[in-house]
Write a new protein. Structure first.
Length: 162
């Protein structure tokens, strides 16, 4: 690892549907130790519920307010300035029920989750019978379990979409 400045315009960016991800410090810059990601969740949007088997996630709500479910615990209003701990092997979901975007800083350890986002971005733009299989294969490759049953429940309860 070496001292580095990554300017905003040099950061990596991608969107998964309308959720925006931006990072300048990933596994490549930290010898795999961690990744820092800025996530912007649009209004009335759910991030697909999931569980990591390889990473712990630590989050800071930078702006807006989100809802969070970790395991059996749900907090419907998590305001800016709040911190989240999402340990590996604990299912979790985040969503924004507000009318303005919410921004989150995600610290993921060990690093490398940005590779998953890069892999699924083109898959999410596809259609057809093999789409779902490729989506789940990518999740499995990165040690993620997608929680579809939570998706339906949270969408119905909060009136949010993916």
């Amino acid at each position: 690892m070496k001292p580095t400045v990554i300017l905003a315009e040099e950061s990596s960016r991608l969107e998964l549907y309308d959720v925006a991800f931006r990072w300048g410090i990933g596994a490549d810059q930290t010898d795999g130790a961690l990744s820092l990601l800025e996530v912007t969740i649009p209004p009335r949007t759910l991030i697909k519920p999931h569980m990591h088997s390889r990473e712990d996630e630590f989050s800071l709500v930078l702006s807006g307010s989100i809802g969070v479910r970790t395991g059996d615990d749900t907090v419907e209003q998590v305001p800016a300035g709040s911190w989240l701990i999402k340990p590996r092997n604990v299912p979790h979901a985040m969503w924004n029920v507000a009318d303005e975007p919410a921004r989150i800083l995600e610290v993921v350890t060990p690093g490398g989750l940005e590779g998953y986002f890069e892999k699924i971005a083109p898959i999410l733009r596809e259609h057809g019978p093999e789409w779902t299989a490729r989506y789940h294969e990518a999740a499995e490759e990165y040690g993620l379990e997608i929680l579809n049953e939570w998706t339906d429940e949270l969408q119905e309860k909060y009136g949010i979409t993916l």
